[in-house]
Design a protein around this ligand. Structure first.
Ligand code: GDP
Length: 293
């Protein structure tokens, strides 16, 4: 079992937390520990450098300030830097002025795409929207049935048809229009790795539906590999944002801390468990607090 990033950072900061005077040696030691904790959490090296540089600057300021709590100031600086790399603001879906707003979900197989589609549908329904799900993952056996079951649990209708992914998607959007649904969520196929067939299929669906927003669903457990996946999908789809799944099992935080800063896409939603309700907007400040424990 990993020691969580929170526990490691806590360890790194515990020695200076209560200090009323900081020496350069205290700061150097804490910074080295913070770097080690972040690298072990599989955070991208560029992000590790950025955080440690900025915390270093804040620590020098804290040493010079007449404050009674320089140690606390460094802890606060770490918290602020974490929020900064996670994204300052909470993401908001920009709904199209002419409904339906079309959302496309893409990602690797097993990332949690199908469940995220249903979870997002439930969240939107609870916000007073009338979502509509389209089962365009025709590659994974059982994906359509899975979405139908989840849709039923979420109280959201699901469109499916045994034709082609592009046809299902376009017909589903037309059906959503006819039914005056205001948000469409398209579940697409994933593969075990990024390959041309996957990328072509998802781009074709995008071209055919002109989805307003394109979300990449990423399993947080893959750590900073999330960055590689996000870059590849962004090239083909111009991603709008990222949905991080399985944050409940991610003790390390590497994916969350790498994606926004390296790929420049906000984390929009977080999936934190297997149940349909285990899905929420991603709050950078809460995540930073969670990491810091
Ligand atoms: P897809 O292949 O991308 O469509 O993946 P699925 O939606 O079928 O999810 C794959 C597995 O991950 C399923 O067993 C889900 O229940 C599980 N899963 C998805 N999201 C989460 C999550 O946030 N936490 C946990 N613990 N499991 C999840």
């Amino acid at each position: 079992m990993f020691e969580t990033l929170g526990e490691r950072l806590e360890g790194a900061l515990s020695r200076i937390r209560g200090k009323t005077r900081l020496t350069q040696a205290d700061v150097d030691e804490a910074l080295a520990e913070i770097r080690r904790a972040l690298l072990e959490a599989d955070v991208n090296i560029g992000v590790v450098n950025l955080i440690s540089e900025r915390v270093g600057v804040a620590a020098v300021g804290a040493m010079a300030s007449p404050s009674l709590t320089p140690g606390q100031q460094v802890v606060k600086a770490v918290h602020n830097e974490l929020i900064d790399v996670l994204g300052q603001d909470t993401y908001r879906i920009r709904f199209a002025s002419t409904p339906p707003t079309i959302l496309l979900l893409a990602g690797l197989q097993g990332s949690g795409k199908t469940t995220a589609a249903a979870k997002l549908a439930l969240l939107l329904r609870r916000q007073g929207r009338s979502p509509y799900l389209i089962a365009a993952d025709l590659a994974r056996p059982g994906a359509v049935r899975q979405l139908e079951i989840l849709g039923e649990q979420a109280g959201v209708p699901v469109f499916s048809e045994p034709t082609t992914p592009v046809e299902v998607a376009t017909k589903g959007v037309a059906e959503a229009r006819r039914l005056a649904r205001d948000v469409v969520i398209i579940d697409t196929a994933g593969r075990l790795a990024i390959d041309d067939a996957l990328m072509n299929e998802v781009s074709e669906i995008q071209k055919a539906t002109q989805a307003h927003l394109r979300f990449l669903v990423v399993d947080a457990m893959i750590g900073q590999d999330a960055v590689v996946t996000a870059r590849a999908f962004d090239e083909r789809l111009e991603l709008s944002a990222v949905i991080l799944t399985k944050l409940d099992g991610d003790a390390r935080g590497g994916a969350a801390l790498s994606v926004k800063e390296v790929v420049g896409k906000p984390i929009a939603f977080a999936s934190v468990g297997e149940k349909l309700e285990d899905f929420e907007p991603f709050y950078p400040d809460r995540m930073a607090s969670r990491i810091l424990g």
